[in-house]
Design a protein around this ligand. Sequence first.
Ligand code: SF4
Length: 364
Amino acid sequence: MLQDSIVRSEANATDRGEPIIRLDHIRRDFDTRGGHITAVDDVSFDLFPGDILCLVGESGSGKTTVARMAAGMLKPTRGHVFFEGKDIYEMNKEEFGNYRRAVQIVHQDPYASLNPIHTIGDMLRAPLLKHKICKSRAEATKRAGELLEMVDCRPVENFIDKYPHQLSGGQRQRISIARAMTLNPRVIIADESVSMVDVSIRVSLLNTMLKLRNELGVTFLFITHDLAVVKYFAWEGNIGVMYVGKVIEYGRTPGIIGRGFHPYTRALAAAIPEADPDLTRSKEKLQLRSLDIPKLTELPDGCVFHPRCPYWIQGLCDTTKPPLMRMPDGRLVACHAVQQAVERGDDPRDLAVTDQLANQIMRE
Ligand code: SF4
C-alpha cells in the first residue's frame, strides 16, 4: 500500500496538466493567549480547472485557515502554495496581482462583506474600472447588469441602484458572488458562504454557483461544516474531511458520504438529516466515546481522534499518529484500524468497537 501524505485530486491519476492551485504540505501555527497552536498541519491538495473540492469539518478543524492560505491572505508557517506552478511567495508584484485576481473569496457573512454606503452598481463598477476591464462607466454599468443576471438577480433594475440593507440575506450573498465574478476569476473560495442564509434559499444559491462552474468552468474550493450541503454541491467532486488541523479522509464525494471509512467521517455522515424518516432510521448510528473536540493547545498523543473514537486500539492509537494511506479504491484515510482491516482483507468499515465502549453500550 502506498503511503501518501500528498492529497491529490482523484483526477490527478489522469494527466490533467498543471493544477491551478497546489497546496504542498502547508502548516500554520499561531501564538494565542492560551498558548502555541498548530491550526493546520501538513495539508496538501491540487485543484484543477473545473474541480469542486469541499473541505468539511467542525469549527476549529482548520478549514478556514486552509482557505485563507489558498487565497494568499495568510502565509503558511511551513509548506508552499503554488498558483499555475509558481510559488506565490516567489512571485513578483505583477504575478502576485494576477494570482489574487484569479482567486476570489466569498465570505460567510454577506451583511459584513458589502459596504453599506455604496449601491450595488457602485460596488460592481469599481473593480471593473479599477482593473481596466471596462473603459467607461457606461460599459461598466452594462457589465454589472450582466453579472447580476449571471447570479440570478433579475430584473437587474430591481438591484443595481439598491443599497445592501434593502436586500435580503440571500440576495446580498448573490451580490457577493457577482462581485467576486467581476475580475473573471478562475477559482472561487466559498467560505461557509451559504451557512447564514435560510435553508429555503440555500439550494438556489448552490445552484447559482454550480452554474458558474458548469457554464464558465470556475473551480470551487468550498468550505463548510455541513455534509448535507456537500452532498448536494459536490456530488461530482472531492471531499477532504478535516479534524483539528489535519485531513483525515479524502476522496470522491459519493464514496466518502455514502461509505466513509474513517470513524469521524462516518459520525459526520450519520448526522446528515434525510427527508425520508425511514432512511434516517435505517442509517448507521455511530456512538462516539466523547462529544468533546480536543483543545488545539492540548492535543492528545497519537491519533487526535482517539479520545472520541469507538474503535481506538489501545497502545497504538493513543501513541502513534496514523499516516494518510491510499486505500484500494483510491481514497486516502488516516486510521490505524482501517489500515489493519484492509491489510487483513476485511471490509474497511468492519471495525471492532473498544471493549470499554462495548461494555457501556451493553449497560445502556
Ligand atoms: Fe480511531 Fe485509531 Fe482510527 Fe484514530 S487511528 S480514528 S483512534 S481507530
